[in-house]
Design a protein around this ligand. Structure first.
Ligand code: ATP
Ligand code: MG
Length: 340
């Protein structure tokens, strides 16, 4: 990709890039080509797949997994494993709950967590936790490129910090109330205890007092966990919503539905205060590749026109349909040359 092109400038200036779009449009190819270009220019880069159906490993022709692996000098790859992430997340929650919940509720805890595994949003929440960890662990001059799952999922993922924050804040408020309620109870008990002492009816009241203390300790532990989580999501959101630090790139084909969905996705992202700073129209049919492709080329022109008039301020980059598959460092190098 030529120096100074829209995409290389964007990648050079940002800390975090999200590459989104429908299935099979070329997200992984664009993410990897940009990552390779930045790494070759001397910037440490991490390309992270958040899509459960990963194809980073396929494209680079080597195994990539849940721990970063080196793909090229200064370039690392990582595929977030949603099942493993959810598992670890639920295990951590279980450990905390087992420690904090009274014995008679332990069975309930287990049942709830098993249900939570398949509840809507659990995988997304787990992935989002990892995304925030990756962003928080970024080294100062590193570029992180997220190769995301097809569009619907991506915009939900990005709207999640907002939802999570509202949810966590609700919990915290409830927690505050119950902490206050607990303190009030303890105050009353203290009064009762003193009056009982005065009238000489005191029994062994150490039990209830101990229970109260344990509950107070538990309340503050839960609050600390929720606070930490909220802080993580808040700092992720701060990065995502800062147009100087994070950008979204949508990859699409010049066809009717993809164009409409791209316009819709851009609106969703804008509502979530993320900025879409480039569109990549991939697999453009050539004008000079025979009648069939020339006809396709013309049809595509119409859709690109529609895209440009709906999103006039977002730069559009066109990448031609290539004769072969985009695989390996060589394939990516030649793909990158077409990203103008
Ligand atoms: N410009 C192009 N010309 C020809 N083939 C391409 C081009 N761009 C991508 N491809 C091929 O299209 C296929 C899909 O590309 P890629 O895996 O990057 O898409 P994706 O959006 O990441 O897909 P998924 O949603 O499945 O993750 C791959 O086989 C890739 O080699
Ligand atoms: Mg992909």
């Amino acid at each position: 990709m030529p120096e100074g092109s829209v995409l290389s400038r964007l990648a050079g200036e940002r800390e975090v890039l999200f590459i989104g779009g429908k299935g099979g449009v070329g997200k992984t190819a664009v993410a990897s080509a940009l990552a390779l270009q930045q790494a070759r220019a001397g910037r440490p880069t991490l390309v992270v797949s958040t899509d459960p159906a990963h194809n980073l490993g396929h494209l680079w022709q080597r195994p990539v997994g849940d721990e970063p692996v080196e793909l090229a000098p200064l370039l690392r790859g990582l595929e977030l494993d949603p099942a493993k992430t959810t598992d670890e997340h639920l295990k951590a929650v279980r450990r905390t709950m087992e420690r904090l919940m009274p014995d008679h509720l332990q069975g309930e805890v287990g049942k709830h967590l098993e249900l939570a595994r398949d509840a809507p949003g659990t995988h997304e929440a787990a992935i989002l936790e990892r995304v925030s960890e990756v962003v928080a662990g970024r080294s100062p001059d590193e570029l992180i490129i997220f190769d995301t799952a097809p569009s619907g999922h991506t915009s939900r993922l990005l709207a999640l910090p907002e939802m999570m924050q509202a949810w966590t804040e609700g919990l915290l408020r409830r927690q505050d109330r119950s902490a206050k309620f607990g303190a009030a109870l303890r105050g009353l008990e203290g009064e009762d205890q003193r009056s009982a002492d005065i009238v000489g009816t005191s029994r062994t009241s150490v039990g209830p007092r101990k229970t109260q203390d344990r509950r107070a300790k538990r309340d503050s532990e839960i609050k600390a966990i929720l606070d930490r989580r909220q802080e993580r999501f808040r700092s992720l959101r701060t990065v995502l919503q800062d147009p100087k630090r994070a950008s979204f790139v949508i990859v699409l084909a010049a066809e009717r539905l993809p164009v409409l969905e791209t316009i819709e996705l851009e609106q969703q992202l804008r509502r979530a205060r993320m900025s879409v700073d480039a569109l990549v129209v991939n697999k453009r049919s050539p004008r000079d590749g025979g009648d069939l492709l020339a006809a396709r080329h013309l049809v595509e022109e119409g859709y690109i026109e529609q895209l440009r008039s709906a999103l006039p301020t977002v730069p559009t980059v066109e990448v031609p349909l290539l004769p072969g598959e985009v695989v390996g460092e060589e394939g990516l190098t030649s793909f990158a040359q077409h990203l103008h």
